[in-house]
Design a protein around this ligand. Structure first.
Ligand SMILES: [Zn+2]
Length: 292
């Protein structure tokens, strides 16, 4: 590295308040911050190991090249994990997982073992199957963006569903549509476009199902549906945006106390199986739509 460049770095770098270790053996420059850490880090990262070195304050120094776009906060999160200060574990929230996943990826420092740990934790935070599709999740839009960028396939379907339908948003306090617009606006255009298409597909698929009055094995039970399908199913679905959330709407139909409305036990069981099957159909179609 040219001397002039090096002294410019020195002049403008700020020592990191926490990661300037007295017994550190390597200075790492990230943007305009300088970290003094142990010279074991490059052993795990071929990218760091390949960087040119110079001597600074009697220890070797390297600079992470700007083109890797490593963020200072991500490097801190990596050190927190590496030095066991805040390791990625069962309770690590999304932002920290995302930071470590990015920086340990092939696009940045390429540390496969740590990247695997971050990916594993990310997958725990988000639904991977129909059974947990409606689990409450945080940062759904950011997680979708990350999962797309880094191809975390097992959680893509659930994240696309939640973001496309807005089911990750708290709809108790209104303003869901606006929040949904905001969430989509922050995503890369290709991803937000895909969410919009997905929602259209979901609605197109689910509309005829919702608006077709259920039938049962017995005339008396079919009569119950004929009378109640509109007030108990269609009406609430229209009021609660249920058309665009087929899995939740089907669950609400499954959970209804149909026996108390006069349906026989056999029909209740049969219909519940049928509605669960409809949920599986939606889930499978989601998978097809996403890979298309
Ligand atoms: Zn019946």
């Amino acid at each position: 590295m040219p001397q002039k460049h090096t002294s410019n770095i020195l002049a403008s770098s700020r020592q990191h308040p926490a990661y300037w270790l007295d017994d550190g053996t390597l200075i790492v420059h990230v943007g305009d911050s300088a970290f003094k850490v142990y010279d074991t880090l490059p052993q795990q990262s071929t990218v760091l190991a390949s960087l040119p070195r110079w001597t600074e304050q009697d220890v070797p120094a390297i600079q992470i090249p700007d083109h890797l776009a490593v963020q200072r906060a991500d490097f801190e999160a990596l050190l927190d994990h590496l030095y066991n200060k805040i390791p990625i574990g069962d309770h690590t929230p999304f932002p920290r997982v995302a930071a470590v996943l990015r920086i340990s990826s092939e696009r940045q420092l390429n540390i496969p073992a740590i990247n695997a740990t971050a990916r594993k934790r990310l997958m725990e935070l988000y639904p991977q199957s129909l059974d947990d599709i409606t689990m409450h999740i945080d940062h759904a839009d950011l997680a979708l963006d990350l999962a797309v960028q880094y191809n975390v396939a097992p959680i893509l379907r659930g994240l696309y569903y939640q973001v496309a339908t807005g089911s990750h948003l708290d709809d108790d306090d209104g303003g869901v549509e606006e929040a949904q617009m905001n969430a989509l606006a922050h995503l890369p255009q290709e991803v937000s476009q895909r969410c919009t298409t997905l929602l259209d597909e979901l609605i197109a698929h689910f509309t005829p199902i919702l608006f077709t009055v259920a039938t049962a094995n017995h005339m008396a039970c079919t009569d119950v549906f004929a009378e109640l399908w509109m007030p108990l199913v269609i009406q609430p679905a229209i009021e609660n945006n249920g058309l665009s959330k087929p899995i939740e709407t089907l669950q609400a139909i499954i959970d209804m106390d149909w026996s108390s409305h006069g349906l026989c036990e056999e029909c209740v069981q049969d219909k519940r199986e049928e509605w669960k099957e409809e949920q599986r159909v939606v889930w499978n179609k989601l998978g097809d739509w996403i890979v298309e």
